[in-house]
Design a protein around this ligand. Sequence first.
Ligand code: ZN
Length: 131
Amino acid sequence: MEKSTVRTTKHNELIEITDIVNSVIRKAGVKSGICHIFVPHTTCGLTINENADPSVKADIIAKLEQLVPVNDSYSHFEGNSDAHIKSSIFGHSLIVFVENGSLCLGTWQGIFLCEFDGPRTRQVWFKILSQ
Ligand code: ZN
C-alpha cells in the first residue's frame, strides 16, 4: 500500500489530487491495471468531477452546505455531524482504471479529496493492482 498526505486549508474544500495519484502510479510502475484510492477518515471523502471550471467545486460546496447545514438538531457531541454526513454521502474510496501508466479519466474529470471538517492533514491510501 502507498500513502500520501494532503494538507487542507479550509473547513469545506475540494482539493484536486489527480497529479498525486498519477505520481503514485508512476512510482508503482504499473502500466495497466486498477488503482484503488481510500481515505481513512470519517469527515472527508473522495469524488470525481470537473476540474476545468473551479466554479463547479464552489457550487458543490455551496449546495452541500444548504442540504446539510452545520447547525441542525444533531445528537453527536463533537459538533461536526454535518461533516460526518457529507463524508458518507461522498464515500471513502474510488476505483479508477490505469492504462499506459496513468489514470483513465474523462476529458474534464479530476479526482478530488473532499474536506468537510478542515483544515486538517489527511491521509490518502492507494492500492495499485497490475492487470
Ligand atoms: Zn465527530
